[in-house]
Write a protein that binds this ligand. Structure first.
Ligand SMILES: O=C(O)C(=O)Cc1ccccc1
Length: 283
């Protein structure tokens, strides 16, 4: 049977994404995003699911950087899930919020709740964990007056009490998760896909004026709709960047090779990171 790896342990948003999108495939939890990606790369598991981008906090840099610089795996699907963050405490904690000394969570979850923390828990120490599930596990094992930020499944899995619901600062909180696999045919998600997307990585020639404008024109005059453009450092020196571009259409044999050729003629390099269906899940 196929195995799906995910950023765990139990009770993470990544696990929630896996459980809403997949049926009875075997699951395996990993403590970090790189460990999960490595396991797919080494053929220990067939499919990996990792967080890519949150509507409030933006890109999960670790995922992008690891996929670009360390292990290139094809993106074969994207799962989008709504995110609701809650403040979780041990069941035997009966004090006031102001008595909580530490808040544990994944950096993205903390960032999604900055205003809440600023207003209600200004003196609490922030402790970052590898995932929201890990933070909930830690709180459940601690005797101190500490809290985790995480989802309702984490509360159930670790026997915690939801002391404040929906503490994320903006209502439209969604996260995109990438499904990675060497063999796309192994991935079956039995839901209708909302759209098709292709993700490209484009590296510019250094110091060429107007290069970004020219890149964008190559897509614009072909009427190819871009839904994201983000620059990341190439890690080769200050001021050197590459671009990750999402095009909201599937790869085809005319437009994409045309763009690639046009950009390569300008001195850019173009890599296709994946062409895949996007699934918006309701939880
Ligand atoms: O920590 C988790 O639960 C994750 O899956 C990563 C994450 C953290 C915050 C929002 C979405 C995903």
């Amino acid at each position: 049977m196929k195995t799906i790896g995910y950023l765990g342990p139990k009770g993470t948003f990544t696990k929630l994404a896996v459980d809403t999108a997949f049926n009875d495939e075997h699951r395996r939890s990993f403590t970090t995003i790189p460990e999960c990606i490595d396991a797919v790369d080494r053929d220990e598991i067939e499919i990996g699911v990792v967080p890519l981008e949150n509507a409030i906090e933006g890109t999960v840099q670790l995922t992008v950087d690891y996929l670009i610089h360390q292990v290139r795996l094809p993106v074969v699907a994207e799962i989008v899930v709504p995110i609701q963050q809650h403040l979780l405490v041990r069941r035997d904690f009966t004090g006031e919020l102001s008595e909580l000394t530490e808040i544990h969570s994944h950096s993205h979850a903390i960032a999604q709740c900055h205003q809440f923390i600023h207003k209600h828990l200004p003196d609490a120490n922030i402790q970052f964990s590898s995932s929201t599930g890990k933070a909930a596990e830690l709180v459940s094992e601690s005797k101190d007056s500490i809290a985790a930020i995480g989802n309702i499944i984490a509360a159930k899995e670790y026997g915690l009490h939801v002391v404040e619901e929906n503490i994320h600062d903006y209502p439209n909180n969604h996260t995109r998760f990438l499904v990675l696999a060497k063999d796309q045919s192994l991935v079956s998600i039995h839901h209708p896909a909302q759209l098709e997307r292709t993700t490209l990585m484009i590296t510019l020639p250094s110091d060429k004026s107007g290069a970004l404008h020219q890149i964008l024109s190559a897509f614009a005059w072909r009427k190819m709709n871009l839904s994201k453009i983000e620059s990341r450092p190439t890690k080769t020196g200050l001021g050197n960047y590459f671009f990750i571009i999402d095009v909201d259409q599937t790869y085809d044999d005319v437009l994409f090779p045309g763009v690639k050729q046009e950009l390569e003629a300008l001195g850019c390099s173009v890599d296709i990171l994946g062409t895949y269906p996007v699934y918006h899940m309701n939880i």
